[in-house]
Structures are given as C-alpha cells and as structure tokens.
Design a binder for this molecule. Structure first.
Ligand code: AMP
Length: 287
C-alpha cells in the first residue's frame, strides 16, 4: 500500500525511520500530471533503492508571474493511482503553505548554469528549482535521487548543486521517454491543440537532423543549427527561443563541435506552449 504524506515533519520522521531500518531511500521529484517519463524515473528509483518516495508539488517559485502556474495541469487522484502502480512506496504531496509558509525567505542560487538558455528566458526559474530540490532533499533524506535528461540544464544544475553543497546522495539521470513520433513526453503537451500536436514532432526531427549532420562530419554549430532551423521553421512555430550546442561536462555553449560529445538543446513555442528538448550526440570519431 502506498502511503500519502502531506506534512514535512511526518515525511522527515518517516525518512528517519526508513534510514534507521537500513533502507536505501530513492526520491523522484515531480510536479505531477504523471506520464510514462515520470514512471520510468520511478522504475529506475525502484531498481536502485529499497523504498521509493515520489514527490508531487507544483512549485510556485520556479514559475515567473505570467507563466503557467495557475493553469499547470493537475489530477491528484490519477497521479495517486499511477504513482502507486509504478511502485511508489510514499507519495509526498504537500500543500504550498507547508513548503513556503508565510515569511519564507531563503533561496538557493546555482551560478553560471542558471543564467544561460532556459535561464535567459526564465530568469528566476532555476533559483526556484534549486530551492525546492534542496528542500526536498532535506525532507525526504534520500540516498539516491532520480531526474530526467528531458530537462538537461536542470539535470546539470542539480548535479552541481548536490556537489557544491555536499549533499550525501547519488544523482541519477534517466533517458527521455518519447511519443511514437518522437515528441518528448511532458505534462505541458496537454496544452497543444490538435493542429499543433503533430507539428511539435519537429523538435525531435530537428535533433535527428543534427545527429545526421554531425555523423556526416559537420563540425560547425552554425551549419548544424541552419539544418535544424529548416525543419523547425517548416512546422510554423510561434517562436524558436534557442537552438544551442553545449559541452556536456561544463554546460557551456560552443560554436565548434568537438569530441567526445555535444548536447544539442532547443526551446520552441507553439502559441503559449513552450516545449524543450535535447539530445546528447556522440561523435563517430570518439570511439
Ligand atoms: P516535471 O514533473 O515536469 O517537473 O518532471 C519531473 C521529472 O521528470 C524531472 O526530473 C523531469 O526531467 C522528468 N521528466 C519529464 N519528462 C520526461 C520524459 N519525457 N522522459 C524522462 N523524464 C522526464
């Protein structure tokens, strides 16, 4: 039976007792409206721990005014069912005032990585992410925490945060789960209209084009970007926020692509729906 916990104190007491029993705790932070991507993270947490805590909290501090906090999709009873089916032992689902009581005033900033790509378009986003993840680590006391490669910049930031602040836990990054046409699963896909949904496959198609061009020897980011833009433009998006080429080890942008691998990341808008995706592309010559 999956246990549902909404209080911070109770969650901490439960985590303490699991640790006292010698159990390895795995945590999977989510904002709910669960899909197969989230469930794959829960599955990985199961394989790598004894007890899985799935957290469900739509974190207001990672949304800017005017973003989609209020309309973010929510379905607690469905999430409860899916989380249990996937093998969650404890669902931690606090109310907003439990996490941010009146007078709350402490935030965690991870410098550099927070200011590029997503951070340029969402200047306060990663401060909210780093803060909530720090709080969730202190509340669930995990041995292992699982995040998705779908949010590549977030994954890098969390590894950095855990290292810099000496969190005594292991971070696992799980591969991106996709729809049949390649669209990365996301709770926000629910916003796409019937006309937009097929066009959204262009993000993945453009990443496949990048992979093809790089496999063929292209080493100029500008040239690969141009090839990707053809595919993206044909899908008539409202905006292409960025197509970026990133060194995976430092999360810095590059204009010349060098082995052993490059992370290609992009953000595209269809009406007010903002989609992100990425792919780590290995170089053919890197063995
Ligand atoms: P979210 O509920 O969107 O905040 O996502 C919770 C976790 O699930 C994050 O670590 C995401 O990176 C991960 N995630 C979201 N979509 C996918 C996906 N399609 N495949 C794998 N992981 C995902």
């Amino acid at each position: 039976m999956m246990q549902i916990v909404t209080s911070v104190r109770q969650m901490q007491a439960l985590a303490d007792s699991l640790r006292a029993d010698g159990k390895r705790i795995g945590v999977v932070p989510t904002m709910g409206y669960l899909h197969a991507g989230h469930l794959s993270l829960i599955q990985l947490a199961r394989e790598r721990s004894d007890r899985v805590i799935t957290t469900l909290f739509v974190n207001p501090t990672q949304f800017a005014p005017g973003e989609d906090l209020e309309r973010y999709p929510r379905d607690f009873s469905r999430d409860q069912e899916l989380a249990a089916q996937a093998g969650t032992d404890v669902l931690f689902a606090p109310q907003t005032n439990e996490m941010y009581p009146p007078g709350y005033s402490t935030y965690v900033a991870v410098e550099k990585v927070s200011s590029i790509l997503e951070g340029k378009f969402r200047p306060t986003h990663f401060r909210g992410v780093a803060t909530i993840v720090t709080k969730l680590f202190n509340i669930t006391k995990p041995h292992v925490a699982v995040f998705g490669q779908k949010d590549a910049q977030q994954a890098f930031l969390i590894r950095k945060l855990a290292g810099d602040l000496n969190f005594d836990l292991e971070i696992l990054i799980a591969p991106t789960v996709r729809e049949e046409d390649g669209l990365a699963l996301s709770s926000r896909n629910a916003y796409l209209s019937d006309q937009e949904r097929p066009r959204a496959a262009a993000l993945y198609q453009s990443l496949k084009r990048a992979e093809f061009l790089i496999a063929g020897g292209e080493r100029s980011a500008a040239a690969v970007r141009a090839g990707m833009m053809e595919i993206l433009s044909a899908a008539q998006p409202t905006a292409i926020d960025y197509v970026a080429f990133i060194r995976p080890d430092s999360f810095t942008e590059v204009e010349t692509l060098t082995p052993p691998s490059v992370l290609v990341a992009l953000a595209v808008r269809f009406s007010s729906t903002r989609l992100i995706d990425n792919m780590i592309i290995q170089f053919p010559d890197s063995g």
